[in-house]
Design a binder for this molecule. Structure first.
Ligand SMILES: Cc1cc2nc3c(=O)[nH]c(=O)nc-3n(C[C@H](O)[C@H](O)[C@H](O)COP(=O)(O)OP(=O)(O)OC[C@H]3O[C@@H](n4cnc5c(N)ncnc54)[C@H](O)[C@@H]3O)c2cc1C
Length: 278
């Protein structure tokens, strides 16, 4: 197996398009474990860490651009990720333990597309857009269309994820990513990601996504509408939670049965709302 560290995105794309068996290496938190277990055998590993275009967080106009190689630790520590983007920062700080957060990157986490991961739901709740670059140019994919199935995304084989664009608006929003897991640092049994704007008693904007509840995050316009336009009473939250519960299609595994996972959703939504409100 060859290991190459290109210095630019264009060089990395050239290597990727010339070799069907080549694979990008970001933080290596997941890919190195898969290599060690002989689950994947790439011909070439393309190390992305020297590529400046993939690094760092910048605020530009109506969005915050988070480069694909930004680590979970960097995201969790950046207070420019506030308002609508706070949910993404909140999710980053709850991923595993410091060692994994120092190693893992947002690009690697979303491209791996584990349905139990924390970023997918948070990015759908924040209505983020993923920026992919391939041999035919760059394109933007809404987070809600990026996660297709278990470990499957809409990224083409010759594309590299370059950044995640998180809208600044609504800037007065409050965000919360609430994770229910067996132990501290474990993957979620169920997670709720929430962005809310509350004026006085009434909620004027809501966007909710549920993670670990199916092959991709669950997001329903109907649940958002139920939460929007009136006070966030327990009854309204219960109705929205029930809709999300009915749409969920989780698996039975060591973290909980499908039925157990579904049952957690309404209560976790209520807690997420309580914790998001002032
Ligand atoms: C012990 C442990 C516990 C964990 N717990 C959690 C948890 O609680 N919650 C959670 O959300 N996650 C968890 N993770 C996953 C972690 O968040 C990793 O960050 C993530 O799996 C992969 O990120 P990475 O940067 O290490 O990517 P890598 O392992 O380097 O790559 C992962 C995949 O993405 C591809 N890839 C990487 N970057 C790009 C790119 N820019 N463009 C195209 N393809 C790319 C690679 O080819 C590979 O297929 C855990 C991981 C470990 C090892």
């Amino acid at each position: 197996m060859k290991y190459i560290e290109p210095a630019s995105l264009s060089e990395a794309l050239e290597i990727l398009s010339a070799d069907d068996e080549a694979r990008c290496l970001a933080g290596g938190a997941t890919l190195v474990a898969m290599l060690n277990a002989d689950l994947v055998e790439p011909s070439t590993l393309i190390g992305l860490r020297r590529i400046d275009e993939l690094a760092g967080i910048t605020v530009s106009g109506d969005h915050i651009r988070v480069g694909a190689m930004t680590t979970h630790t960097q995201i969790a520590a950046d207070d420019r990720l506030s308002g609508n983007a706070a949910v993404v920062r909140d999710a980053a700080g709850q991923i595993a333990h410091p060692a994994v957060r120092n190693m893992g990157t947002i690009g690697g986490a979303v491209c791996h597309a584990d349905p139990n991961a924390d970023f997918p739901g948070a990015l759908v709740a924040a209505d983020a857009v993923l920026e992919a670059v391939g041999s035919s140019g760059a394109r933007q994919i809404p987070a809600g269309e990026f996660f297709l199935d278990y470990l499957e995304t809409s990224l083409e084989e010759d594309e590299i994820l370059s950044a995640v664009l998180v809208p600044v608006e609504p800037a007065d929003a409050r965000g919360r990513h609430l994770k229910f897991s067996r132990t501290h640092g474990d993957y979620a049994t169920i997670s709720v990601s929430l962005v809310l704007v509350v004026d006085g008693d009434a909620c004027s904007y809501a966007r909710v996504a549920v993670g670990s509840a199916g092959p991709a995050p669950i997001h329903l316009d109907e649940a958002d509408s139920l939460l929007t336009g009136s006070a966030l009473t327990p009854e309204v939250i219960r109705q929205a939670g029930r809709k999300l519960m009915e749409a969920a299609d989780p698996v039975d595994d060591v973290r909980g049965s499908a039925e157990y996972r579904r049952m957690i959703i309404p209560g976790l939504l209520q807690r997420a709302v309580d914790e998001a409100l002032p």
